[in-house]
Design a protein around this ligand. Structure first.
Ligand code: PLP
Length: 378
């Protein structure tokens, strides 16, 4: 798409390149099929219908963490049998919704959730396929806000709670035990972490084998990170990632599932914005954009890095350093500090790259700002 056409649009908006998404899904499919693995796309990373439909075209299922995501997935054409439902705090209504659509699996995260789900299922004369989310106590070596597999994290049940969990399951015939679930965190770039996960998973599998409890499926969550410095790189490390599990897990007949989100959607989306003002401080020059933390909160929330480009001056040298900030009345409202860019002017088009995952889905109306539109290009 030509810069001129983009300049005519009201900014800020999200721009999704569906060709980039399609290529990425194609390589994921190839790698997953190679190992016979199933992938459920983590809807939380981007819940746009267009994206969900494209993911479905490649034969993947979905991983939901709320009733809203479940309904959005149904709207996109997924059936209950393609949906897994995780979440540490599923409400009674959300559990009922999952039961009504006879979803593939509830990933249960506490002993009490098991009891509540059984009670609701009994009341509704339904049964629930379930997996137990277990805390592997593996450090994901990522930002502490997106680390989820440690003992002190709120997610999942402790290994020591397994006997009690199985007792609850065995005494409630509405609960149909399918398997176990793990998810240790997001934006994991040190792949050795997944080797550590495999060691823990093998120990848990052994626990079940010793008791002759059959595991139908093993869900290993998501977490594979992306290279935010290189938004145009299309070599996600799927082969290497799946290869680790293939090499390290002691499997019998278990079906292996993954719930990838970020690595699928990050690079296909950019947040497009315009420079409202340029401003010189004593030591710092600022570019003040018309997009802010209301459109993309990741830098403010966990100091996340996004590559920033000036598409109006793309041929000029990046000789200036700017703090690129938004218009919101919060000092945390920034996209990048000391960003090297060409000399930039009011009205220039600025792209904040790799914003397809955990970007638009986290947008808010803070300061009563309007929500921007999304543009999909092929
Ligand atoms: N599965 C669960 C249970 C999650 O909590 C998350 C994200 O936090 C994901 C999958 C997706 O993770 P990612 O987008 O890093 O692949």
């Amino acid at each position: 798409m030509k810069i001129r056409e983009l300049l005519e649009r009201k900014t800020p908006f999200y721009l999704y390149d569906m060709t980039v998404l399609g290529k990425n899904l194609g390589s994921l499919k190839k790698a997953a099929d190679h190992y016979g693995y199933k992938v459920h796309y983590a809807v939380k990373s981007n819940a746009r219908l267009e994206i969900l439909r494209k993911v479905k075209d490649y034969g993947f299922g979905v991983d939901c963490v709320s009733g809203g995501e479940l309904l959005q997935s149904l709207k996109a054409g997924y059936t209950g049998s393609e949906i897994v439902f995780a979440g540490v705090g599923k409400s009674d209504d959300e559990l009922r919704l999952g039961l009504k659509h006879d979803i593939f699996c509830f990933n249960c995260e506490s002993l009490q959730e098991l009891e509540v789900l059984a009670e609701i299922a009994r009341h509704e004369s339904r049964s629930a396929r379930i997996a137990l989310r277990i805390k592997p106590n593996v450090d994901a070596r990522t930002h502490h806000y997106i680390t989820t597999g440690l003992e002190e994290n709120k997610f999942g049940i402790d290994f020591t709670e397994l006997p009690e969990a199985m007792r609850i399951i065995e005494s409630n015939p509405e609960l149909n035990f399918q398997g176990i679930h793990f998810h240790i965190g997001s934006q994991i770039t040190d792949l050795s972490v997944f080797r550590n996960l495999c060691t823990k998973v093998n120990q848990v599998l052994e626990w079940f084998r010793e008791r002759s409890i059959k595991i139908e499926h093993l869900n290993l969550g998501g977490g594979l990170g992306v290279d935010y410095e290189r938004p145009d790189s299309d070599e996600a490390k799927y082969e290497e990632f799946f290869g680790i599990f293939n090499d390290q897990l002691n499997l019998r007949a278990e079906q292996i599932h993954f719930e990838l989100g970020r690595v699928i959607t990050a690079h296909c989306g950019s947040l497009i914005s315009k420079v409202l003002y340029t401003k010189s401080g004593i030591h710092t020059d600022f570019l003040i954009l018309d997009a802010g933390m209301t459109e993309l909160i990741r830098p403010a929330l966990y100091q996340a890095y996004h590559k920033i480009e000036n598409w109006s001056q793309s041929k000029a040298q990046s000789e200036y350093k700017y703090d690129v900030v938004g218009p919101i009345c919060e000092s945390s409202d920034y996209f990048g500090k000391a960003v090297r860019l060409p000399e930039s002017k009011r009205g220039d088009l600025i792209a904040i790259r790799s914003a397809g995952a955990y970007g638009e889905v986290m947008a808010s109306n803070y300061n009563l700002r309007e929500r921007g539109e999304a543009l999909f290009i092929n």
